[in-house]
Write a protein of this length. Structure first.
Length: 45
């Protein structure tokens, strides 16, 4: 993967993480995600 693609991916994942972090616990439960799982789900780590 090109370096520039990695940078773009980094910012996209950061945006996705911020957006999903704003959901309340009930909304996260509706989509089957625990708050403690967010980083792993978004970043795959």
């Amino acid at each position: 993967m090109k370096f520039t693609n990695k940078i773009v991916e980094y910012f996209q994942l950061g945006k996705a993480y911020r957006e999903i972090s704003r959901l309340d616990d009930a909304a996260l439960k509706d989509i089957g995600v625990n708050r403690s799982d967010l980083k792993r789900r978004v970043y795959g780590r």
